[in-house]
Ligand binder design. Sequence first.
Ligand SMILES: Nc1ncnc2c1ncn2[C@@H]1O[C@H](COP(=O)(O)OP(=O)(O)OP(=O)(O)O)[C@@H](O)[C@H]1O
Ligand SMILES: [Mg+2]
Length: 368
Amino acid sequence: MRVIRLRLADVRRFAEAELRPGPGLNLITGDNGAGKTSVLEALHLLAYGRSFRGRVRDGLIRTGAEAVEVFAEWHEDAGGRTRRAGLRHAGQRWNGRLDGETVAQLGDLCAALAVVTFEPGSHALITGGGEPRRRLVDWGLFHVEPGFLSLWRRYARALKQRNALLKARVRAGQLDVWDHELAEAGEPLTRHRQAYLETLEPRLRAMAADLVPALGAAALQFQPGWSRDGLSLADALLVARDRDLVNGFTSVGPHRADWRIDYAALPGREALSRGQAKLTALSVLLAQAECHAGARGEWPVVALDDLASELDRGHQRRVLERLLASGAQVFITGTEPPPALADLAADIAMFHVERGEVVADPASRPAP
Ligand SMILES: Nc1ncnc2c1ncn2[C@@H]1O[C@H](COP(=O)(O)OP(=O)(O)OP(=O)(O)O)[C@@H](O)[C@H]1O
Ligand SMILES: [Mg+2]
């Protein structure tokens, strides 16, 4: 998957900007606050319906403007097609178009464009709460498992209903129908998640062995969201029912699922240095991109925000070498070109962000 055109309007400080990326490495430089991360946010928005720095209404829309607009055109390696997507997002209301047609769900846009982003907040994937970890697994499944989204929606709807009834303190028997529905959707959803992590694990192990070899073999542990010692989800919901009625929310189920990484040479994730947590997060993201490529026949676009401030030169080189070997399209941002670029023989398309504009740099480097 290769983006050939990206246009943004009213994204943070940009009134309007456009770039035509190259097929391989793309480097975006500019001073602090110039808008480098914003360019990646715009791309991420099309692929996820949200920024990695929060929701659209949390500051993505340029001050004084009504809505952000992002348009991208990309080439599918697997299908050979050129596709176009546009999104206008005002915080609550949005309109999207894909290949000239209006889309009914934001998910339709997100299903078309696959982007994996590593940014300074990505360590939260390892050291933070469970939500980004659930989201990561679900993103992977959303792109490769055709029935997953409808299962997920069915589960989310049932959960909302059950929670509303719990809050209203209904009689226990009125929960039966929603417990049944939660179990019907939640069990297969959980099997998908478990299978996904089993596919991810060997790729993660290889990636982590390359990026953080001192930590020993990496393993993934899945926690489905309820104690499964012989307990079906339906049983677990029944057991939790009295407590849930007191608390007013559903305390067990796939919405509480999580996973964690264990390293053979480390007592727990608390023992990771900040740099190791970042490299672990990056290993997971790249393993996920590789899984995606395995299932879909093409790499997602990989965006690496502020690479040089996140990784030392040796790690930058290893990551970039891997990505170059994969043939993925990559976006890198930095106030300066990352030092490791000097060690690589590759085409680099260069862009400079300044005064609210993204300008292609005539010094773009063809492979020697
Ligand atoms: N809603 C907004 N409206 C207008 N300007 C904004 C808005 N949100 C952020 N900005 C400005 O837009 C710029 C955001 O830039 P961004 O974070 O993309 O910069 P950057 O080039 O990645 O910087 P750094 O090198 O510090 O990471 C900043 O100058 C910020 O002050
Ligand atoms: Mg930035």
